[in-house]
Design a protein around this ligand. Structure first.
Ligand code: ADP
Length: 379
């Protein structure tokens, strides 16, 4: 049931527990989960979306062999209560955060620094934008922020009606909306002077006080390395987030990476998969050089029971692209192809965007009718 706090009804903007839609679960000795989910209307096209989210969350739990959803429908009264909750959230402006309920949130995490977490975040963000998605990038790696430089965006964050406005860059038909401490402190090394408490608050501001656009398909969060306070705070603030873990091919690095997965699981996040970065360098003649060893990605994926999403080779073009603010994925080469393949698999299979599929009008009508009914009943 706690996992269901991470599943958002995209239309009502709250999680299934808060809305009273998750009605209890049973787990058999064989690891089969039967969970009751009640919808506002049984014919809602968002059912497929909710089904995918519920299954993905529960199936990512260790020991779960099968997930069966027993569908039901909210009674008129329950529906009115759910609508009232949704309306309250709208009135409060922010459900729990300012991140739209229809945005898929992906945390990119790693056990330690220097494994290429920011490189992976920025290249995946650029690749998703190149696929025409609207992609937010939150640079939560407050101590070692490098996202602005890697994405070639800069300037000062503006505020509009008390909200921080992200800095935008268009890529093809897609768009990147970026927030980073890098836009707030003027020198890259002065972030080190900020104290832990303030840093925690900074990340909270990025969740609550940013004017994230309503049309964002994805929000990628570049997490600080490891499992400190900032990471814990973010995981608690965003139980709906899904986690991608970046690791290197060195098998010895897996213990620290596994700790991050542990932290995610304890906060009910879904682990989408593992990306192995700095995999074997491939020369022009096709020779492979496993500079940082091999097998780390597979080992970690097997250990945490999540798929290996891809292997990104060590390639000068990757470091060079990050230094120039032009992510390597926007060019050619083996690493670019590997990043593109991961972005395609994420958007088509592992974390597809929310399709609102014409449900809105009907739901809003239903909401209005339910509220009228409630008002009538009260009067
Ligand atoms: P992290 O965010 O984990 O601290 P970075 O993304 O900053 O790591 O990467 C560390 C360094 O390694 C950077 O200089 C980056 O350009 C380089 N790098 C990362 N991935 C690759 C790769 N696949 N090939 C070559 N250089 C890479």
């Amino acid at each position: 049931m706690d996992m269901m706090r991470g599943v958002i009804d995209p239309e009502l903007g709250s999680n299934l527990v808060e809305l009273g839609m998750a009605r209890g679960a049973e787990v058999s000795d064989e690891g089969e989960i039967r969970i009751k989910i009640a919808l506002t209307t049984s014919g809602c096209p968002l059912r497929a979306q909710i089904q995918r989210d519920v299954k993905a969350r529960l199936e990512s739990l260790p020991g779960v062999t099968k997930v069966r959803i027993l569908w039901g429908e909210l009674t008129a009264e329950e529906k009115a209560a759910a609508m009232a909750k949704a309306r309250f959230n709208v009135a409060q402006q922010a459900p729990d955060t300012a991140i739209p309920p229809t945005t898929k949130v992906l945390m990119v995490a790693s056990g330690k620094g220097g494994v290429g977490k920011s490189t992976v975040t920025t290249n995946l963000a650029a690749a998703l934008a190149a696929l025409s998605f609207k992609v937010g990038v939150m640079d939560a790696d407050i101590w070692g922020y490098s996202v602005p430089r890697m994405l070639g965006v800069g300037g000062d964050l503006r505020s509009l009606e008390g909200r921080i406005v992200p800095i935008t860059r268009s890529i093809g038909d897609g768009r990147l909306d970026v927030v980073s401490m890098g836009f707030l402190v003027d020198r890259e090394d002065s972030a080190l002077m900020w104290r832990g408490l303030m840093l925690n608050r900074a990340v909270q501001h990025f969740c609550e006080d940013v004017a994230w656009s309503d049309d964002l398909d994805y929000l990628l969060i570049d997490m600080p390395p490891g499992t400190g306070d900032v990471q814990m705070g973010l995981a608690k603030m965003l139980p709906r987030a899904e986690m991608i873990v970046v690791t290197t091919p060195a098998v010895a690095a897996q213990k620290v990476a596994a700790r991050v997965v542990d932290m995610g699981r304890k906060n009910y996040l879904r682990i989408v998969g593992v990306i192995e970065n700095m995999s074997a360098l491939v020369t022009a003649t096709g020779e492979q050089h496993a500079v940082f060893g091999s097998g780390g990605g597979d080992t970690l994926a097997a250990e945490v029971g999540a798929p290996l999403l891809g292997r990104i080779p060590l390639e000068a073009a990757v470091a060079d692209g990050s230094d120039r603010g032009e992510p390597a994925v926007l060019g050619e080469g083996a690493a670019a192809a590997a990043f593109k393949a991961v972005a395609e698999a994420l958007s088509s299979e592992h974390v597809p965007p929310v399709e609102m599929a014409g449900c809105s009008a009907r739901m809003l009508d239903a909401a209005a009718a339910a509220l009228d009914a409630l008002d009538n009943a009260e009067s």
